[in-house]
Design a protein around this ligand. Structure first.
Ligand SMILES: *[C@@H]1O[C@H](CO)[C@@H](O)[C@H](O)[C@H]1NC(C)=O
Ligand SMILES: *[C@@H]1O[C@H](CO)[C@@H](O)[C@H](O)[C@H]1NC(C)=O
Ligand SMILES: *[C@@H]1O[C@H](CO)[C@@H](O)[C@H](O)[C@H]1NC(C)=O
Ligand SMILES: *[C@@H]1O[C@H](CO)[C@@H](O)[C@H](O)[C@H]1NC(C)=O
Ligand SMILES: *[C@@H]1O[C@H](CO)[C@@H](O)[C@H](O)[C@H]1NC(C)=O
Ligand SMILES: *[C@@H]1O[C@H](CO)[C@@H](O)[C@H](O)[C@H]1NC(C)=O
Ligand SMILES: *[C@@H]1O[C@H](CO)[C@@H](O)[C@H](O)[C@H]1NC(C)=O
Ligand SMILES: *[C@@H]1O[C@H](CO)[C@@H](O)[C@H](O)[C@H]1NC(C)=O
Ligand SMILES: *[C@@H]1O[C@H](CO)[C@@H](O)[C@H](O)[C@H]1NC(C)=O
Ligand SMILES: *[C@@H]1O[C@H](CO)[C@@H](O)[C@H](O)[C@H]1NC(C)=O
Ligand SMILES: *[C@@H]1O[C@H](CO)[C@@H](O)[C@H](O)[C@H]1NC(C)=O
Ligand SMILES: *[C@@H]1O[C@H](CO)[C@@H](O)[C@H](O)[C@H]1NC(C)=O
Length: 354
């Protein structure tokens, strides 16, 4: 490997987690003012009139057979990332652009994208959905969708639509929950999407897309335990799959912070400004002596290291919850969805987190 390549790869990996010291949160003290009741979307209502039959995959013609025999449509929703579009009409693929963002989508935007994807997959004529997003949002978006969508239709999140379309069109993609396709053509369960290109330990891929854009599955179809039909999330928190809690509880603010020795009064004053906190567990797996805990807001400890580490409830302060195998960003998403649905008690969160 060339030194230059190695260096840039190293730098990209060293900034994998977006966390800040707690003090920085106070620079945005007025943030709670924006904690709006009700989701005020600036998106146009998606009613089909705005879609174009854009086509893809100029480079290969294996996608010409993208539609299944019943002529159903694959919808592609773009929020950022790479979309190779040509004028030639190759596929029966419908395409809609929502955002063209290069920064990480926030929870409001995630719910907005979910609403559009939901309308798409509820439509009988659609065979599934592909959502194209930027690298920073891939993990959050695919984990978020894994929780809020309980559907048999394939939903595939990707940075590059040309890899994801063959996956979404593959009959064996159904009944696996939400899938993500990384830029190295590996297919992951949305629950286990790697935190960044560098962290292969985050989850085992379930398939690979070959050069002929055929999908080679590694396993038979099954859903991750976290969201399987017998999971606590599906059995007891069916309201996680609806956005209606946003009307009651508003859009939550759940920052990710580094662990450190903070005074209890600092944490207490913070709890009036946020709806939850994800603490990046420092060093070893035992954070029981950390000072970050609260009786007012949920505090979840998550590990950012690879290979994967498990943060048990015994590894964290008394009033905090361990994120199990979830990364900080995944813990932030799950805590946000719980907050939207008014689920904030330690005992409830302990049953939801792995
Ligand atoms: C939502 O948008 C409408 C129209 O722009 C505005 O009248 C209303 O005040 C907004 N609601 C909130 C909660 O921001
Ligand atoms: C669909 O959206 C377009 C533009 O937003 C609007 O002009 C049109 O009236 C809408 N059609 C329906 C059926 O809602
Ligand atoms: C829909 O079409 C209108 C009018 O052409 C345009 O202003 C708007 O940005 C489009 N919305 C999307 C999501 O493409
Ligand atoms: C789809 O593409 C065909 C051929 O380019 C064009 O005739 C047709 O109007 C397009 N349909 C839509 C909805 O854009
Ligand atoms: C795209 O999808 C919309 C809504 O499902 C549908 O009305 C439209 O005909 C589709 N476009 C093409 C070109 O098939
Ligand atoms: C499809 O692939 C075949 C074999 O590689 C090639 O001969 C043909 O020109 C391609 N067609 C298109 C439309 O790209
Ligand atoms: C597309 O499907 C037709 C009929 O099912 C088949 O004959 C043809 O070889 C397929 N083309 C490609 C490129 O797979
Ligand atoms: C297909 O892609 C090649 C290289 O990316 C480009 O030169 C060519 O013009 C494209 N063809 C069409 C029809 O867009
Ligand atoms: C999410 O991002 C949008 C656009 O940058 C912004 O308007 C909105 O206030 C943000 N929402 C939250 C909850 O941060
Ligand atoms: C999707 O739509 C269905 C039917 O309208 C609704 O019950 C469900 O809550 C929606 N889910 C999301 C995530 O918006
Ligand atoms: C964590 O560390 C504390 C103090 O160092 C110790 O008492 C406790 O047993 C440790 N917990 C675990 C689960 O190892
Ligand atoms: C969602 O469901 C949980 C468990 O049934 C319940 O405790 C919570 O209050 C519900 N949230 C809303 C907003 O109804």
């Amino acid at each position: 490997m060339k030194l230059q390549v190695f260096l840039s790869a190293f730098l990209a990996c060293s900034s994998a987690v977006v966390a800040s010291p707690i003090e920085n949160l106070f620079k945005h003290r007025a943030i709670k003012v924006y904690h709006s009741k009700g989701i005020n979307s600036t998106l146009p209502i998606w009613n089909g009139s705005n879609v174009s039959n854009a086509t893809y995959a100029n480079s290969t013609n294996s996608t010409t057979n993208t539609t299944s025999s019943d002529n159903s449509q694959l919808q592609v929703i773009v929020t950022g990332g790479q979309v190779p579009i040509t004028n030639s009409s190759l596929t029966h693929t419908n395409y809609t652009r929502l955002y063209n963002s290069s920064s990480a989508l926030n929870i409001t935007q995630l719910y907005n994208v979910a609403r559009v994807v939901n309308e798409t997959i509820q439509d009988k004529s659609s065979s599934g959905a592909v959502v194209v997003t930027n690298a920073k949002s891939l993990e959050a978006l695919s984990f978020f969708f894994s929780i809020v969508f309980d559907t048999e239709k394939p939903i595939v999140v990707t940075q590059d639509s040309s890899y994801a379309i063959p996956v979404a069109n593959d009959k064996k993609a159904a009944k696996r929950g939400v899938l993500s396709v990384t830029s190295d053509k590996l297919v992951y369960s949305g629950v286990f999407t790697p935190a960044s290109a560098c962290s292969y330990g985050a989850g085992l891929p379930v398939a690979i897309v070959d050069d002929q854009e055929e999908v080679k599955w590694f396993f038979d179809a099954s859903k991750p335990t976290l969201v399987s039909s017998s999971s606590v999330i599906r059995k007891e928190y069916s309201n996680f799959t609806s956005p209606f809690g946003l009307l009651e509880n508003g859009v939550p603010i759940v920052p990710i912070v580094y662990d450190g020795g903070y005074s209890t009064s600092l944490i207490e004053s913070l709890s009036s400004a946020v709806q939850g906190l994800v603490v990046v567990s420092s060093g070893s797996t035992n954070s029981t002596s950390s000072t970050i805990e609260s009786t007012e807001i949920p505090v979840v400890y998550a590990q950012a290291n690879t290979p994967l580490n498990f943060i048990d409830n015994k590894d964290v302060p008394k009033n905090a919850v361990g994120a199990g195998y979830l990364s900080p960003i995944k813990a932030q998403i799950l805590l946000s969805i719980a907050a939207v649905n008014g689920v904030t008690s330690k005992s409830a969160l302990e049953t939801i987190f792995p």
